[in-house]
Design a protein around this ligand. Structure first.
Ligand code: 26W
Length: 813
């Protein structure tokens, strides 16, 4: 393990300050101090980082179009176990560590669940000593910064590199790679073989920026390699003699610069609707090609037979965005290594595995063939050949035309990326038990019936080091006081907490810690939004992207209903509640933006109504992201997981909230099902339609939102509030939401689940008044959250997918 004494640290810090900034410490800004600290830490780990990268065993490469890392300083200090000596050392230099922790930018290189999961996976791979590395894109602008103006979401560009650099990264120009776009393919005779010549292509340089991923209390330091797109201005020994010839004019040079740099300019702020934009396809090929070329370059240096690639390398495709890994690997094996199609296909499918993250039809990627053909001529030829061979297989095996249509890779002039992933990989997994079941039985049924052995489930998880140890240190210390610290490396040990479930003093301690965290959050809310919240109220939290299926609307309509009840009957029995929302809407998603405006408008009305504001407060935090989540989750009493059943593949905020002692209020959707199985019915509040009921409604109809609206007084009252001026200044937004519920028959069953939801909320109201029982529920949630650590998830991926049949697998059995 790396260590550093306080004395040595202080010396290094001063020396670095002089060499980087030539100034005394007292003159430095927090950003400068932070950059110096990052450099010192990078020096400490450098040797170990190099050693980890000397290949020993099979390596895993995790391709993901987004990585939502969060701030790194605190978690790096935790994982290196040097926080105390660094804190003390800095103090002696007159510097507060916490100021530097807060000065770090939070790189928002992801939209939500998918990107954050990828970041948690990196943490667990390093902590389990798996040589597992991430490949992604170094977006110049991450997810937009959200501002509220008159209650509307306004998007501001996220300029996370405005300080000039990201202190954790190391750029490696000597490892740059050329990615080729457009041009023409010529087949030339070379002795008795046909050789592929790619002419007139546009070369784009992929520049690698490496971020160290530090394992917990071990010597593993993996790499997240993010690629930045640049013009090809230098020759790093790569043959680009067939590249397009530019005239050399100023205009040409500018156009080329724009073409290259645009690719990694901005993260697509959309996590639900597939947009089909050419630039997105460029991004997808850009980072997959760079990554695959990088892997093969490294492998070639080992001088091993390319046919043994699968023994040394596992490539994981996280959702369909990196699908082009499949034809890109084929291209290299065929065109550069000269293998036969059969050999290349075997290596490719044995090396690649795929995770599906959504069953929502509108998120499924289907790229027009003309677009792929023009942008990636050689890749398209390979996809066409994969499709041709697969069609032969299908025609041989099945007669049912409908079924075959469904399974084809190229269909209706589009390439279906999920189908390509399924055909081109040896493992397909869903992200929670219910999700995998729906994949097998509904969405991918034909593929499952064709090759059942390829399908498996890997229920998501969360990095407990960030989401409990680092963000909730008081709770973490209490747990260690009670059961020792083995749980930090094996979270199933949290179960030992159950023996305190009747221990009043432990339950009280738990309550004090929650209260303390709520006071911190209340202070933050007061300082930031100038709203007073009562730490004795129930903190009821819904934090996730804004989407109709996640049903923030159900939550706010119920709040409106409570408001009416309170106005009608001031003695209405209600524990004070603080409803906390955090959510960004995709900029082009109009209904989601209307819902944001609606929540903000209701908040404005209720928070300023003295008749009720001892009872209800609504806080919609601006610009929700990883850093805010770390503040909110430790303070939550209730986690709202209220998606329309079948729609949320897994969810991960449900796990974070549970692990911090919040009680889950949920539909039996995604991983909520498994949370329920862990804690039992006494420790979770369930409501709503079952998966089967939702499937049946969707198949056979039978639900009329209008009938329900007309027959239920309370439902009618809140729906009418959308359009009757009760909530001021939202005529058109209210109408839009109203139409989605009534005119379009409530696609997400908001009104259908409303009564049941409000009963569940009433139940919570009662339960919270029995404080000891509530605290016991909280303890039971923490105690049973252990299986939701990504350490469990990742060891399952390792055992069942990446290292299956390998010697090194013994470690994971
Ligand atoms: C439009 C392109 C697009 C489509 C889908 C961009 C991003 C996506 C993601 C796959 C959406 C996503 O983040 N899905 C979420 O993945 C989480 C991690 O598995 C799950 O916990 C969430 O339930 C799922 O919605």
């Amino acid at each position: 393990m790396v260590t550093i004494s306080k004395k040595k640290f202080k010396q290094s810090f001063e020396t670095k300050m002089y060499s980087l900034y030539a100034q005394p410490i007292k003159d430095a800004t927090n950003e400068q101090l932070l950059s110096v600290l990052c450099c010192v830490i990078k020096d400490i780990i450098a040797k170990r980082w190099i050693e980890t990268n000397i290949d020993k065993e099979k390596e895993v490469y995790y391709f993901c179009i987004e990585f939502l890392l969060g701030r790194q300083l605190k978690s790096n200090l935790l994982n290196l176990d040097i926080e105390d000596s660094i804190r003390d050392g800095l103090k002696e230099l007159g510097i507060e560590l916490d100021d530097l922790i807060n000065a770090e930018t939070d790189p928002a290189l992801g939209n939500g669940g998918l990107g954050r999961l990828a970041a948690c996976f990196l943490d667990s791979m390093a902590s389990l000593k798996i040589n597992g590395h991430g490949y992604g894109i170094r977006y110049q602008n991450g997810l937009f910064e959200q501002k509220f103006v008159n209650g509307y979401q306004v998007e501001v560009p996220d300029n996370w590199l405005s300080q000039g650099a990201y202190f954790w990264e190391t750029v490696r120009p000597n490892k740059a790679i050329v990615v080729k776009f457009e041009g023409e393919i010529e087949l030339v005779k070379d002795n008795d073989r046909l050789k592929v010549k790619h002419k007139n292509y546009i070369p784009v340089m992929a520049m690698p920026y490496d971020i160290p991923i530090i394992g917990y209390h071990n010597d593993t330091i993996n790499t997240l390699r993010l690629w930045k797109s640049e013009i090809q201005s230098r020759d790093f020994g790569q043959n680009t003699s067939n590249a397009k010839n530019y005239s050399g004019s100023y205009e040409d040079a500018l156009a080329y610069k724009y073409y290259a740099e645009e690719i990694s300019q901005v993260l697509y702020p959309n996590d639900s609707n597939y947009a089909g934009r050419l630039l997105r396809l460029k991004q997808e090929y850009f980072f997959t090609s760079a990554g695959i070329q990088d892997i093969i370059r490294k492998y070639r240096r080992t001088k091993q037979d390319i046919k043994s690639l699968q023994n040394k390398v596992a490539i994981h495709i996280n959702d369909t965005h990196p699908t082009l890994c499949i034809p890109e690997l084929m291209r290299i094996l065929l065109d550069e290594e000269g293998l036969s199609w059969e050999e290349a296909w075997k290596i490719t499918t044995n090396t690649i595995s795929y995770t599906n993250h959504t069953i929502m039809a509108e998120a499924m990627e289907k790229w027009p063939i003309d677009m792929i053909k023009t942008l990636l001529p050689r890749i398209y030829m390979i996809i066409e050949e994969i499709n041709r061979r697969y069609n032969l297989y299908l025609d041989d095996k099945y007669n049912d035309e409908n079924k075959k249509q469904h399974m084809r890779i190229i269909n209706w002039d589009n390439v279906n990326m999920a189908n390509l992933c399924i055909v081109g990989s040896h493992s397909i997994n869903g992200v929670a038990a219910l999700h995998t079941k729906l994949l097998k039985k509904e969405v991918l049924r034909d593929f499952y019936e064709d090759k059942p052995e390829k399908f498996n489930n890997k229920t998501n998880g969360i990095a407990h080091r960030r989401w409990l140890m680092s963000s909730n240190p008081e709770l973490s210390d209490l747990i260690t006081d009670l059961i020792g610290d083995k749980w930090k490396k094996d979270t199933t040990r949290l179960k030992d907490l159950e023996k305190y479930k009747l221990n009043t003093s432990v339950l009280n301690r738990l309550d004090e810690i929650k209260h303390h965290n709520k006071e911190h959050l209340a202070d933050f809310i007061n300082n930031t939004y100038n709203v007073q919240v009562n730490p004795n109220s129930i903190f009821d939290v819904q934090i996730k992207r804004l989407h109709a299926y996640k049903r923030q609307l159900l939550n706010i309509l119920n709040i409106l209903d409570l408001y009416h009840e309170l106005l009608e009957n001031p003695n209405f029995d209600m524990q004070p509640r603080t409803f906390i929302f955090g959510a960004k809407a995709a900029p082009g998603y109009y209904l989601a933006k209307c819902i944001i405006k609606f929540i903000n408008s209701v908040a404005d009305k209720i928070n300023n109504d003295p008749r009720v504001n001892e009872k209800i407060k609504i806080i919609f935090v601006e610009n929700y992201g990883v850093s805010l989540a770390e503040k909110i989750i430790p303070a939550a009493n209730i986690g709202e997981q209220i998606s329309t059943t079948t729609k949320e593949a897994s969810g991960t905020s449900n796990m974070k909230l549970m692990m911090n002692g919040a009680i889950t209020l949920a539909t039996l959707d995604g991983a909520n099902v498994e949370i329920f199985e862990q804690v039992g019915e006494d420790n979770i509040i369930l409501f709503g339609l079952s998966a089967q009921q939702v499937l049946d409604y969707n198949k056979y109809g039978g639900y009329s939102a209008l009938d329900l609206y007309q027959s239920n007084r309370r439902i009618k009252r809140v729906v009418d509030d959308l359009i009757n001026g009760f909530i001021p200044n939202m005529d058109s937004e209210g109408r839009e939401i109203y139409n989605s519920l009534i005119t379009y028959n409530d696609e997400y069953f908001v009104l259908r689940d409303m009564e049941n939801y409000s009963e569940a909320q009433a139940k919570i109201n009662k339960l919270y008044q029995r404080k000891e029982q509530w605290n016991r529920m909280s303890l039971m949630n923490i105690a049973n959250s252990g299986i939701f650590s990504t350490d469990r998830t990742i060891s399952e991926y390792a055992k069942d997918i990446w290292f299956k049949g390998c010697e090194i697998n013994e470690k994971y059995i």
